[in-house]
Design a protein around this ligand. Structure first.
Ligand SMILES: *Cc1c(COP(=O)(O)O)cnc(C)c1O
Length: 420
């Protein structure tokens, strides 16, 4: 068996299972997740007191169960995600809070649910303090602070600064504390999630902003959360984040606060992408190859209904080819990779702004497999039924064994909720 180099453009297996076997057994398009990669990423973050998985990145129940078995707690951004976490075996409450609801609004269903189940809330808007205070006076909450600046790999993933809708604006903290006092609500945690992508200069600014926020709120704060946004490599030239250095900055902030306040602070990290992105592969089949002027297109049976990151953010995903039969071709060519949807933006090789870009991939034929890699975060969870395409199947591979963890949606299920 050949050892796969990272981001090689040919691939014969995923986590020890032949791609062709996976495709034949489960059909295409199918998402395949490698459990071992998720476990490795968790291990890299063990220095933090609490690893809280932002399940919106990949909320398949089997992924959540794997997280739970590793002692990872979860973040939920909706009532549906709270129920998912419970279905994966998480308790509503616990210490540290096994499920935290983080959002900028309570829709009516989620407000009812967090009150009923006593879910700890990380509130991102001042109005939420009144809403929870009225229903649950005396409860404990976390405040999500927008420090006034942000960072993201795209405008759409920047979650700080004045153009972001997320969090409580840093200079409104006093007002929030008054609102909380009015209902006897205690602020026991502070949280900053300022976007995907991290540089260290920027991070030290965030740490300073966190310290200032804790000083404003005072003694009741016991937990500080660094949020998510840990970058993950999508391109050959991308490197992995220096986790020890990242931890060191936050830990130093925590130690300063402990000294100042004379009590322990719990340091949480809340990654989504970092834990699952690299574990995921979307296997598709090449169904048409055509020349359009000077461009050669590989058209596959997966589209942005399955993986929306390229059309949404111009996100780059590594890709590889697995030949159905025979050895991998040594020859390569520049191709544009597109999907089946009736929408010209249904292109996996595009830059932000929709500019189509060619990719050097092996010469391939109809029936060969094209694997879109690093698709384990914000992949399946952003899927739609656009063009009445069914949701793909999802498969988890662990210790060389593959297991179907979500069956492919039946065509009739796509319109099962509709009425005439
Ligand atoms: C999306 C989100 C995360 C995870 O972001 P990643 O970039 O996937 O790590 C963490 N916390 C909150 C509140 C989020 O909204």
């Amino acid at each position: 068996m050949t050892i796969q180099t990272k981001f090689a453009i040919t691939r014969s297996e995923i986590a020890g299972v032949p791609v062709a076997e996976l495709a034949e057994q489960y059909g295409t398009p199918t998402f395949v997740y490698d459990a071992e990669i998720i476990r490795q990423r968790i291990e890299q973050l063990r220095s933090f007191d609490v690893i809280r998985y932002a399940q919106k990145a990949n909320s398949n129940l089997s992924v959540l169960k794997l997280m739970r078995e590793q002692g990872v707690v979860v973040d939920a951004v909706s009532a549906g995600e709270i129920l998912r976490a419970e279905a994966a075996g998480y308790q509503a409450t616990g210490e540290p809070h096994s499920i935290v609801y983080t959002a900028d609004i309570f829709d009516r269903v989620s407000l009812d649910m967090v009150c009923e189940k006593h879910i700890h809330c990380n509130v991102g808007s001042p109005d939420m303090i009144d809403q929870i205070g009225q229903r649950m006076p005396g409860s404990e909450i976390t405040l999500r602070i927008n420090p006034g600046f942000g960072h993201g790999h795209s405008q759409k993933t920047n979650t700080g600064g004045p153009q972001s809708k997320h969090g409580i604006w840093h200079d409104q903290l006093e007002d929030c504390l008054q609102r909380a006092d009015h209902f006897g609500v205690q602020v026991t945690g502070l949280h900053m999630h300022i976007g995907s992508g991290t540089d260290f200069e920027h991070l030290s600014q965030v740490c300073d902003a966190m310290k200032a926020a804790v000083q404003t709120v005072g003694r009741t704060v016991k937990v500080i959360s660094a949020g998510g946004g840990l970058p993950t490599p999508y391109k050959a030239q991308d490197s992995h984040l220096d986790i020890p250095r990242y931890f060191e900055l936050w830990d130093a902030t925590r130690r300063e606060l402990q000294e100042e306040f004379g009590h322990a602070f719990q340091l949480e990290i809340e990654p989504g992408r970092f834990l699952t992105a690299e574990s995921g592969y979307l296997i598709s089949e090449i169904r048409a190859i055509k020349q359009m002027g000077e461009n050669l297109f590989y058209l596959v049976d997966a589209g942005f209904n399955n993986l929306a990151r390229p059309i949404m953010y111009g996100a780059y995903h590594p890709m590889s080819i697995c030949h159905r039969e025979g050895a991998a071709s040594e020859r390569t060519q520049n191709v544009i990779v597109g999907g089946p949807l009736c929408e010209s933006g249904d292109i996996f090789t595009q830059q932000e702004g929709g500019f189509v870009e060619a990719r050097e991939l092996p010469v391939a034929g109809i029936g060969d497999y094209l694997i879109i890699e690093c698709a384990g975060a914000y992949g399946f969870v952003m899927a739609s039924n656009y063009n009445s395409k069914p949701f793909a199947a999802e498969v988890l591979v662990d210790s060389g064994q593959s297991k179907l963890v979500r069956r492919r949606q039946e065509l009739a299920d796509i319109f099962a909720d509709e009425q005439v």
